[in-house]
Structures are given as C-alpha cells and as structure tokens.
Design a protein around this ligand. Sequence first.
Ligand SMILES: *[C@@H]1O[C@H](CO)[C@@H](O)[C@H](O)[C@H]1NC(C)=O
Ligand SMILES: *[C@@H]1O[C@H](CO)[C@@H](O)[C@H](O)[C@H]1NC(C)=O
Length: 332
Amino acid sequence: MTWRCIWRLSCIALGAALKEGSPVIGMFSLPTAPMFCSNSNCEVLPASYVKFIESAGGEVVPVSFNATDSEMDQLLESLNGFLFTGGADLKPPPAALRVLQRSEELFKVGDPHNQLPLWGTCLGFEWLVAATSPPSLISGFRADNVNLPLHFLPEAGASRLFGKAPHHILDALKFKNVSFNSHHRGVRPVEWSKRPELRTTLKVLATSLDEDGKEFVSAIEGVDGLPWFGVQFHPEKNAFEHGFLPDGQPAALAKHTPEAISVTQFFANFFVEQARQNRRNFQSVADEAKHLIYGHQTSRAFQPYFDEVFLFSTSASSNEMNPAPPAGHILV
Ligand SMILES: *[C@@H]1O[C@H](CO)[C@@H](O)[C@H](O)[C@H]1NC(C)=O
Ligand SMILES: *[C@@H]1O[C@H](CO)[C@@H](O)[C@H](O)[C@H]1NC(C)=O
C-alpha cells in the first residue's frame, strides 16, 4: 500500500513539472514534384523521421511547408518540439523561421519548463546554420552516400547532446563509421572564428572529413542552453531505411549493425527527452488527434531511397493538409 502512495505522489509531482504521456513533435513536409500527388501542390515527409520520433515515445504532427502565420501561432502553443528533416536544398520557409524565432523567445524568457527544443538533420541542420548566419552555409562538399567517423571537440564532453552519452555510443561514432552522410552543402569550422553570430548562438561539438578531406561541422548544439541540436548526418537512416537498387546494391549505405541502430536510438531518446521538459498541450485530446499524423496514407513512391513516405496534397487557398490518396494512385 505504502509504495502505491509513494508511486502516486511521485506521479503527481512529476506531472506538475513534466509533460505526462508523449511529447508531440512538429515536422515540416517539403514540396515535391506534383506527379506524386493527384493534385498540383504536393508535399512529402519520409516516414523514417516519424519512426525516429515514435521509437523514443514521441508522436508527430505534420506541418505544411507553407503553413500560415496563424496556423503556426496555434501549433507553437501546442507542440513540445520541432524536428527539421533532411531534404533537397531549400531555404527555411517563413513557417520554419517562425519556429526558430519562437524557440529563441522562449529561451530568452528562461523558464526551463517552457522551452521549445529543435532538432535539425542534414537540411534541418543547415536551416539552423542558415537562420543564424546565412553566408556560413556553403556548397562544394563531397559526402555522397558515405559513412564517416566523427571527431569530437573538447566542447562535446560538457555538452547536453554528448556529455552523458554512453561510451559505446561515442566509440561507435568515433571508430565504427555509423554516421551516414549525403550532402554537398555544409559549414566549415573556421566560420566560427570569423562570425560572432555563429559563436553566440551555436557550438561545434564534432566535425567530419568529406571524401576530399575537407572538414565540415557534423554536430552542433545551442550556446548556453539554447535547446537547438543539429547533425549534418542522418541518424534515422541506420534503423529505418533499407532500400535496394535493381542491381541489388543498397540505395543508401547507412549501416544496420546493432551499434549503428543504438546510435539512432541514442539520438531519438535524447531529443524526445528534451521535448518532455515542457508542458505545452493541445487544447483537447480531439484537437491533438486532428493534427497527429496517424491515419495518413504512406506511399512507396520514393523507394528505394525512402522505404515509405507520407504524401500530402496541400490546397493553395487554405494550406490545410488533406490526407493523401491511397498509395495505388500515387505509385509512379
Ligand atoms: C571509417 O572511415 C574512415 C574515413 O573514411 C576510414 O579511413 C576508416 O577505415 C573507416 N573505418 C571503418 C571501421 O570502416
Ligand atoms: C509553397 O511554397 C513553395 C516554395 O515557396 C511554392 O513553390 C509553392 O507553390 C507553395 N505551395 C502552395 C500550396 O502555396
């Protein structure tokens, strides 16, 4: 009996400080070729990013790339975090700049239980950099379908992202080449000595060398507790992309070894835990249910590069997302 009371009390105490249940993470779907939808405005969100969040106990709300200011204002009151996915070279849309701005405002207010944590993968990492210091993001790197080691900087030891990482995770990242890269844009570490706006906002935690030996920043986090985290590589692909080309070669060389999978899980658990630290909620369970990704149709249209994607037809007038038509109508 006593343990029950203690258990209940601790639950109440936790509930006051942390979001009970599952943090809800927003993700932008990105514009794609109209041929993938039956409608001319088509957006895509690879399911691997959704699974990445769900594998750590989070839930996902898809958000249109062109979401309006009023839609964003409402969502930013309700979501517990945001993940910017990888994708083609696109500038952060106004809706993403609004997410970054809101996260920064909440950080300045300083309530540790009312932050909006952000995660950026590949293009999403580039958005964190581009929004902070546009000229720092350059092209000309060669890291195309390649697994690379991470070189940790001394800052990593005291960082939120890696400071408490188990040795086997750090060792895998350092020695087992479990970070899968696919990008030609990036940011050189030298930019940090040239650009104060980078130094005051983002910290370099790790770098990697591209296929020509050029050093690029591969992991960052916000300065002084700003809850922004970014990696130039793709942790989600190790666990969730398995496609093969017609010749039998893997479409993406991401590793699927147990240590590669534990690295995926490490990053997912880390970010979802950040998102548990705030208490934002949708106004009602029904309101949340209306926004969650459940029930949207997945498609195989992007295989073998993406095993599954969510496709969204967006209507230009309202920007509201409609469920994609059944996969059979989309396959090309
Ligand atoms: C990891 O990649 C580096 C650089 O590309 C290479 O020199 C090294 O042999 C690789 N190590 C493993 C374990 O694959
Ligand atoms: C969304 O934004 C993109 C890029 O700015 C644009 O090309 C596209 O037409 C927009 N879609 C809608 C539905 O407004």
